[in-house]
Design a protein around this ligand. Structure first.
Ligand code: ZN
Length: 378
């Protein structure tokens, strides 16, 4: 993969503002609970990025309270002017920092200002192509080992990444405040967004966090061919892994979550191992039994934290067969089934032989495996 997973994170008022007008005290939009959520997102990211304009305006520390300073994610900023102040708190908390300066002039200024506080990289300016700079930043971050990048603004950075189709996920915390000022900064500015004004984003989660509501959208950066994972695939698979973690525990069977999603992005059903107190039911079987006969199953995708079984000990009909018979032609999964309980249980070959595309996204393997760790360690 040449670019990290890019998560845009912001908190806005009910009227869409990020803050009060410039010059006024910084507006705290998040609740204490939501600050803890943001902290956890930072801690689980390899890098956290804010634009230099936000550092200038808000002077944030970007602390990660749940991490020791040496275990912080890489802190990243991007500047087009190179006008950086070594006194900003950003430089003096946490571990490594990186600056991406666009153009030679900005680079020279940035090195002079903060060269002893951060690694300063030059990004080549390509006239008329602002995309190129962002793509270069993202690619370079990937070479530094950054797989998951959390972008915390400001609005200009969010707008640019979103309009250029470079973001995979949007986490928007909506706070119960009304700012009401015409010149207050907004999260997203005017311009052309991918798909235009009629394109509906894929909502993958809503969650109350104190008096704030978190909205999580999957953004389709790479609207892939069948065999390629899209951003929506990642979000649904992550949700299936969370479902697996909620299964009633067992010492003799895996915990698996499965979600069936129609081609238009609508969830048709979900299921998990041992659902409804049935000790033998499998996640895919349980999920697919619900919309049985629904014509939207043709063209739907099954997201399963574990590769669907091709043989099973408990019942004659394996999940791969359930999938083939349902009309589903695409499966996205996080890890291949080991021979823990049934030898050669893997269903991928059976699925593929029947014309079902199987896509594996290995970076979710840890999430899929963690509810099963007690079965795998022995
Ligand atoms: Zn199964």
């Amino acid at each position: 993969m040449s670019m990290p997973h890019v998560l845009l994170s912001a908190a806005v008022s009910l009227d869409g503002c990020l803050d009060t007008r410039p010059g006024e005290d910084r507006l705290l939009l998040s609740s204490e609970e939501d600050f803890r959520r943001v902290d956890a997102e930072r801690a689980s990211s390899d890098a956290v990025l804010v634009g230099a304009g936000t550092l200038r305006a808000d002077n944030p520390r970007l602390r990660v309270r749940s991490r020791a300073p040496h275990a912080y994610p890489l802190k990243v900023t991007v500047t087009r002017s190179g006008a950086l102040d070594p006194a900003w708190r950003f430089w003096h908390h946490g571990g490594r920092k990186a600056v991406y300066a666009v153009g030679a002039r900005a680079h020279a200024r940035a090195v002079a200002a903060v060269g002893d506080l951060a690694e300063v990289y030059e990004v080549t300016e390509v006239a008329g192509d602002e995309n190129a700079a962002w793509e270069a930043v993202l690619r370079h971050l990937r070479t530094l080992g950054v797989r998951r990048l959390m972008v915390e603004g400001g609005g200009q950075v969010h707008t640019q990444l979103l309009q250029r189709g470079l973001a995979d996920e949007l986490q928007l915390a909506v706070a119960p405040l009304l700012v009401g000022q015409r010149d207050a900064p907004r999260m997203l500015g005017p311009g052309t967004y991918p798909g235009g004004p009629l394109h509906r984003l894929t909502l993958v989660e809503t969650r109350p966090v104190g008096d704030v509501v978190l909205l999580r959208y999957a953004l389709s950066r790479r609207p892939g061919a069948d065999g390629r994972a899209t951003a929506a695939d990642s979000a649904w698979l992550a949700e299936a892994c969370r479902l697996a973690a909620a299964c009633p525990p067992s010492r003799t069977a895996f915990s698996v979550g499965a979600i069936v999603v129609a081609a238009d992005g609508e969830e048709l059903a979900r299921g998990h191992s041992r659902e409804g107190g049935d000790p033998h039911v499998h996640a895919e079987e349980s999920a697919l039994a619900k919309p049985a006969g629904d014509p939207r199953l043709r063209g739907a995708t099954v997201y399963s934290s574990l590769e669907p079984c091709g043989r099973r000990a408990s019942r004659p009909r394996p999940c791969a067969r359930w999938i083939i018979d349902s009309g589903v032609r695409r499966v996205v999964t996080a890890w291949r089934e080991p021979d823990t309980f049934v030898a050669a249980a893997a269903g991928a070959e059976l699925l593929q032989a029947s014309g079902v595309t199987v896509v594996e996204i290995p970076r979710y393997a840890d999430a899929a495996m963690s509810p099963n760790a007690h079965l795998l360690s022995s």
